[in-house]
Design a protein. Sequence first.
Length: 198
Amino acid sequence: MAKIEPSASSAYFRSVAGGRKFSHSDMTPEFVREAEILREEVRRAEGGGGMCHVMSEIMENRHGWPRLSVAYLSPDGDVICAAHVVSLLPDGSIIDWTRDQFGDGHSISFVGAHSPEIGRYRPEFYEDFHPGHPEDETGQLSAWLDSYAGAADYDEQDRLRVEKGRGWWLDDLTSFDEFEARQLGYARGEQSAFSSRL
């Protein structure tokens, strides 16, 4: 049975965190605006896409915040995105530079280590990295044993898309449709209306 485990995510993230200190109060409107502009410039240059890996790499180079590959989960713990990359802060908080791609009303998100939302991010599980894997000698992943069904996250993600349809986690697809339209525009080499609002 899928579920989110905020305390497990927080503990795991703290165990692998690093980089320059940053707190929610540092997430000023100016900081967010600069990051949004950069994100859209990256997407335009790359011809569209979420670009979580590129944004996290840029921020790792600028601030020393390690990149962390996670699964992005629904509030119920089902896998929306099997391979998503965020920046990991020293206290175990994260910054999700591309959360807008999921259409659930966020742009760039600071998710505090003690926020219930941190449970929507967890280590990405695949064949060689999952709860109960023999190489997890420290038991770092054991907190998820009860909710791990034995399938890799990408298999779960694909199953849910087939079973429930496009944007299955959303009640309203408007933001999701807008994101996808912007990405299609970038693929065609068009300027984005989003960029002009910044």
